[in-house]
Ligand binder design. Structure first.
Ligand SMILES: *[C@@H]1O[C@H](CO)[C@@H](O)[C@H](O)[C@H]1NC(C)=O
Ligand SMILES: *[C@@H]1O[C@H](CO)[C@@H](O)[C@H](O)[C@H]1NC(C)=O
Ligand SMILES: *[C@@H]1O[C@H](CO)[C@@H](O)[C@H](O)[C@H]1NC(C)=O
Ligand SMILES: *[C@@H]1O[C@H](CO)[C@@H](O)[C@H](O)[C@H]1NC(C)=O
Ligand SMILES: *[C@@H]1O[C@H](CO)[C@@H](O)[C@H](O)[C@H]1NC(C)=O
Ligand SMILES: *[C@@H]1O[C@H](CO)[C@@H](O)[C@H](O)[C@H]1NC(C)=O
Ligand SMILES: *[C@@H]1O[C@H](CO)[C@@H](O)[C@H](O)[C@H]1NC(C)=O
Ligand SMILES: *[C@@H]1O[C@H](CO)[C@@H](O)[C@H](O)[C@H]1NC(C)=O
Ligand SMILES: *[C@@H]1O[C@H](CO)[C@@H](O)[C@H](O)[C@H]1NC(C)=O
Ligand SMILES: *[C@@H]1O[C@H](CO)[C@@H](O)[C@H](O)[C@H]1NC(C)=O
Ligand SMILES: *[C@@H]1O[C@H](CO)[C@@H](O)[C@H](O)[C@H]1NC(C)=O
Ligand SMILES: *[C@@H]1O[C@H](CO)[C@@H](O)[C@H](O)[C@H]1NC(C)=O
Length: 680
């Protein structure tokens, strides 16, 4: 027991002395077997840059072939369609009551078309479809089955019509007018009781391709498309030249538009492309339009907080996570949620204007975003994504790791949800199948030559996911670096487990060290503390935030081989806390050179002291006392504004609703008693 105490007491108190004890253990095991590789995220090396080029090429050809006949045309004739719309079992003969030259929309099936600047494409969403012919078919089927079972059913006159598989417009008008269908037509009266003289219809459109600037020196972006909507038969060709009294119009915002209407008749939609300046821009537009009686097929939300959280970056990569995908741990045990990745993500250097004008358009982002997690359903090589349980609450989240980024750069990340099974396929005939685009989240990369590297998915320190002090000349990739840190922490933990085994904490209640805390609590608290202390969170040395602790300032940067300029080094105290890392393992095994540490949060230490038997002798330095400022950090208001002022498992750049630490006033009281029994 005595040896265990001497091992663990200094560990918590004074940096230099605990360091040496740990160093012995660390170096002794340095040659031991390397751990299993952390489970890699799903990645697919296929980069589909060629896909976009193909589209652009075919568009240009399309442009040439249609532009001659298209000058000034607002006749609504569909131009060349980029994709063949798949109508499945439906055929135009049944669907199409549309006037000639007007495309008919089908519920939740997107239409993708080109539109030449200065022209309009017209569509109709017919009343028969709005009031549910498909539903009609299904109900007919149900009725037939019902009739088979209910032998005494007396067939009404409407049944023959239902059997014929199609309902005439007149019938639907009857229904809407509230006439007829009351006798012998249970289906129709049912609908009437739901008051379906009007029905809400959701129209949405995304700009997939837009005219491009002729030169990068020109500022601005292509003007937005406009959606014209008419619900009157007096205007079956809505567009800029039609009577404004018979239509409403909605200019796209960042390549997207969402319009909900309560309608009782056919709805005509015109998608109009503005004239463009031929000295500034060239090319045509391509858009996707969908109508739905269920919900928007395409949607965006720039109001709600971004569902994306920036965890950390290094010079060339960044790690981001989504919010918890569920509030319930039950979902984890059934495991389905862990097998499906519901989101795709796009990232854009804020200096790159390629996605300007389409930031709310899923298909526009697929065409123009600098980095897309998937293109054409395939994951690109710059992005790895997967599900994780790490972070507060251990609830499922999707995690994105972007590599190949530029140093000292600002990016925005845009998350888009797809209602599908994770293959990245957008679903035709799926409610919301066009994707839901969320508000952008900003993130930055670290400076060039920053000796910090993002690691994540560690087997032992499974909550650790942030940039750590690194040395690219010794460790060529983050996986290797992660293994070294994780093995060190896991070795330390094994020693602790041996110590804990000698404490009677699993004994009957009367002999236990605390009724409130168990050995498992102690173990968990120790692991949280250990992983945060043994694997420091690393920041740029050039970052002058007050909460950062400079480390290893007397050592050379491994990338440049340079020492700090003497004038700069002279600004810091010539003490161990500044001249070396938190523990000698880092300086000896990693040798990262000067970096700044986001210190572990003090509550990790308090929680450890509270959770473990006092026999072990854990103790924490307290604010204001020697060693505190260079060992532990404190949470502050800045943590609610996207800063990480101290490190804890699951720390990330949270805004507003940041995680709340333990109640420190209570902890402080507890610490007084701990200090009283502290063995020196
Ligand atoms: C586009 O230009 C043509 C010809 O100059 C003009 O007739 C048309 O009204 C313009 N369209 C719009 C939407 O401004
Ligand atoms: C009434 O109509 C709404 C919307 O069309 C639908 O969601 C709801 O299920 C219907 N209610 C009944 C009782 O059919
Ligand atoms: C049905 O809706 C119409 C128009 O919205 C309204 O005037 C009428 O009162 C409603 N009828 C019932 C039974 O709710
Ligand atoms: C459609 O009507 C419903 C019920 O009257 C109403 O709640 C809803 O706001 C209306 N929607 C639109 C887009 O006008
Ligand atoms: C989206 O919201 C953000 C934050 O409120 C705002 O800065 C930005 O201008 C909005 N974007 C658009 C296109 O409205
Ligand atoms: C990490 O490991 C601990 C056991 O040490 C386990 O209880 C926890 O669920 C794990 N967390 C994750 C995110 O896998
Ligand atoms: C996930 O849920 C936990 C527990 O409710 C919460 O503490 C945490 O902040 C949530 N994480 C995110 C990223 O929303
Ligand atoms: C990196 O910077 C170069 C030069 O400014 C730029 O062309 C490139 O698009 C940038 N890449 C990323 C991923 O930001
Ligand atoms: C997802 O859907 C696609 C196409 O419908 C199918 O091929 C694939 O097997 C599905 N994947 C899963 C995991 O269900
Ligand atoms: C990382 O480096 C190790 C050792 O050099 C190598 O085995 C491994 O394949 C590398 N991993 C990646 C992802 O490059
Ligand atoms: C941080 O402080 C140092 C020394 O005072 C200065 O040289 C450096 O420019 C500062 N860094 C930033 C990002 O302001
Ligand atoms: C720091 O202190 C040590 C001994 O205390 C001394 O040898 C060394 O020169 C000092 N370094 C600087 C930069 O002053």
């Amino acid at each position: 027991m005595a040896s265990a105490l001497t091992l663990f007491l200094p560990l918590l108190l004074i940096l230099s002395s605990f360091s040496h004890k740990l160093a012995v253990v660390a170096t002794a095991d340095a040659d031991a077997a390397i751990l299993e590789a952390p489970s890699p995220l799903l990645a697919d090396g296929d980069d589909d840059g060629g896909f976009i080029k193909g589209i652009v090429r075919s568009l240009l050809q399309n442009d040439r072939s249609t532009s001659e006949e298209a000058d000034g045309a607002t006749d609504g004739k569909p131009q060349g369609s980029l994709y063949e719309t798949d109508f499945g079992i439906f055929d135009r003969g049944i669907l199409g009551r549309a006037p000639p030259g007007v495309s008919s929309l089908t519920n939740n099936v997107p239409e993708t078309l080109n539109v030449v600047p200065g022209t309009t494409q017209v569509f109709v969403f017919e009343k028969a479809l709005i009031f549910g012919r498909e539903e009609e078919e299904r109900e007919k089927q149900r009725d037939v089955e019902l009739r088979r079972r209910e032998a005494g059913y007396e067939e009404g006159e409407g049944d023959d019509e239902r059997e014929s598989g199609s309902l005439d417009l007149e019938d639907i008008e009857d229904i809407e007018d509230g006439e007829g269908g009351t006798e012998g037509q249970p289906r129709l009266s049912r609908r009437q009781s739901n008051n379906s003289t009007t029905r809400t219809v959701y129209f949405s459109a995304n700009t997939c391709i837009q005219p491009q600037l002729l030169s990068p020196t020109i500022s601005g972006a292509a003007p937005q498309l406009t959606m014209y909507v008419s619900t009157t038969s007096e205007n079956i060709s809505p567009g800029p030249s039609s009577n404004p009294n018979h239509q409403k119009w909605y200019v796209f915002e960042e390549g997207a538009v969402m319009v909900a209407l309560n309608v009782s008749s056919d709805v005509y939609i015109g998608i109009s492309a503005p004239n463009i300046s031929t000295t500034m821009l060239s090319g045509l537009y391509n858009f996707q339009l969908a109508a739905s009686v269920d919900d928007y097929y395409h949607s965006y939300d720039n109001q709600t907080d971004a569902n994306l959280i920036w965890v950390d970056s290094d010079s060339s990569a960044s790690l981001l996570i989504t919010h918890n995908l569920t509030d319930s741990t039950d979902a984890v045990t059934d495991n389905d949620i862990m097998n499906v990745q519901p989101y795709v993500m796009f990232a854009q250097n804020i200096d790159d204007r390629s996605a300007d004008g389409v930031r709310f358009s899923y298909c526009g982002l697929q065409t123009y975003a600098q980095i897309a997690a998937t293109k054409n359903g395939k994951f690109t090589s710059m992005v790895t994504t997967g599900m994780t349980l790490a972070g507060l609450g251990n609830l499922p989240k999707q995690q994105f790791y972007f590599s190949g980024l530029n140093a000292s750069s600002s990016y925005v990340g845009i998350l888009a949800a797809l209602p599908q099974n994770g293959t990245g396929q957008i679903g035709s005939n799926v409610v919301g199948g066009g994707g839901k685009v969320a508000r952008a989240t900003s993130f930055q990369t670290k400076a060039t030559n920053a000796n910090c590297e993002v690691i994540f998915d560690l087997p032992f320190c499974n909550e650790t996911a942030y940039a750590v002090p690194s040395n690219p000349t010794r460790f060529t990739n983050a996986t290797q670096l992660a293994q070294v840190y994780d093995k060190y922490a896991s070795d330390m933990f094994d020693i602790f487990t041996n110590v804990l085994a000698q404490i009677p904490c699993e004994a009957p209640d009367t002999q236990r060290y605390s009724l409130a805390r168990t050995c498992a609590d102690c173990s968990a608290a120790y692991k949280n503390w250990l992983c945060s202390v043994a694997i420091p969170r690393c920041s740029d040395f050039s970052d002058n935030s007050t909460w950062l602790q400079p480390r290893a300032i007397s050592q050379p940067n491994p990338i440049t081989g340079e020492f700090l300029a003497p004038a700069l080094a002279a600004q810091f105290p010539n003490t161990t806390a500044f001249n070396s890392s938190r523990n000698p393992f880092i300086d000896e095994t990693i040798a990262p050179g000067p970096y700044k540490e986001v210190l572990p949060c003090e509550d990790l230490c308090y929680n450890l002291v509270q959770s473990c038997p006092s026999d072990i002798g854990f103790s924490c330095p307290q604010p204001g006392y020697i060693g505190f400022n260079t060992s532990y950090g404190q949470r502050s208001e800045a943590d609610e504004n996207g800063f990480v002022t101290c490190n804890y498992p699951g720390s990330a750049h949270y805004f507003s609703a940041g995680p709340v630490g333990p109640q420190l006033s209570l902890l402080a009281v507890a610490l007084v008693s701990v200090a009283a029994v502290m063995l020196m």
